[in-house]
Design a protein around this ligand. Structure first.
Ligand code: ADP
Length: 161
């Protein structure tokens, strides 16, 4: 079975990667897809986020990294993925994620949303937190792959550790 894991991944964190690693043990193919969202101004351009993800998942043969725009359910159907994967960190994620899942269910009965609980040691992690820490010169090496820590360092022109 094929699963779609959509997100902004601006940038990818160890939390995302933990979920991708566990999902790749459950599904034949995990399509990690960066959403090209015209309403969000990302810190990292699309090509850089794709490169960060490709590099960080290169040891997982079931994982395919790509990008998309438009409705997630349309892309899932186009990719023959019956499952949309989303991560749940805390109760605060739940309300928004449930609304999103219900919206997607109302758009297509052929695609189901599956929530995966995040690893407890990464449950505090979000791309925004990582950027905030890096912006002020904090150590992010336990939060993101080394290459991403380097990208953050260059982005904010600050030491990362
Ligand atoms: P979006 O803008 O779509 O929320 P994100 O890149 O922030 O994009 O998140 C993509 C998905 O990864 C979401 O389902 C989110 O809940 C999940 N996620 C975010 N942080 C973590 C984490 N630390 N551990 C596991 N999953 C996470």
């Amino acid at each position: 079975m094929r699963a779609l894991y959509p997100g902004s991944f601006d940038p990818v964190t160890f939390g995302h990667l933990d979920l991708i690693q566990r999902a790749s043990g459950l599904f034949d193919v995990v399509i990690v897809a960066v959403l090209r969202n015209p309403n969000k101004e990302p810190c990292f351009p699309l090509e850089q986020r794709l490169m960060q993800l490709t590099q960080a998942t290169s040891h997982l043969p079931q994982v395919k990294v790509t990008s998309f725009e438009g409705l997630t359910v349309d892309f899932a159907l186009q990719q023959q993925a019956r499952v949309i994967l989303r991560g749940l960190r805390a109760l605060s994620d739940f309300e928004f994620e449930l609304q999103l899942a219900h919206t997607n269910a109302s758009l297509s009965a052929q695609v189901d949303t599956l929530f995966m609980a995040t690893a407890v040691n990464y449950s505090f992690l979000s791309s925004s937190v990582v950027k905030e820490v890096a912006r002020f010169g904090g150590d992010v090496q336990h939060m993101v792959p080394a290459a991403v820590a380097g990208d953050l360092h260059r982005l904010f022109n600050r030491p990362v550790g």
